[in-house]
Write a protein of this length. Sequence first.
Length: 231
Amino acid sequence: MNKYIQKTKILDFESKAISDLIDQKGWRNLDQKNKIAKIYDYVQNDVQFGYNKSDDIKASDVLADGLGQCNTKSTLFMALLRAVGVPCRFHGFAIHKRLQKGLINGLAYFIAPKEIIHSWVEVYFNEKWYSLEGLILDAGYLKGLKSKFRDAKGAFCGFGVDVKDFNNLQIKWNECDTFIQSEGIAKDYGIFDSPDDFYNKHGANLKGIKKIIYQGLVSKIMNNNVKEIRV
């Protein structure tokens, strides 16, 4: 388990901002279950759903942004868990871009890759690995989305969601797996010790001119769309 609590370049949990946050929250003093539960809730709701400049930024940068998506929230979640001695690992995927429809439209949707790099964190607790993906969307955003689609029943895909039952989401951790986008998985890249290992092998979502357009324009449009939904 030692390799699953190590810091890395991306999981920079010894940075002052992350250390100060952990001290402020008192997470080191909790038992393992409550460490996971409290950190999970923090990353889910205190770090709002939104789009950073890149997938492979450091955990301290995600914290400074105050927002994140699947990959960047996974990074911050892993860093916080490892900082307090909770073993965790990175599971990489590709997902269909259709689950982002509504947050990204028109030309921006057209230039987006057909399949998008995706990830969740697997956490070791009581001799079992749990898959925790359900922390991507914060409560305020989900509340707004449910209000916008109050008549939606059963399967739902779009606006950052891809689930079998929109009215029965499994997004709170209580010694269980949690998911919010898992129905959109197109490819399983497998398990990695850290996000660094994954990105070194598979790279991030965008490169070249598409990355420049995303950072300068598309991410801002997507974040504005998220804000319009959040209540």
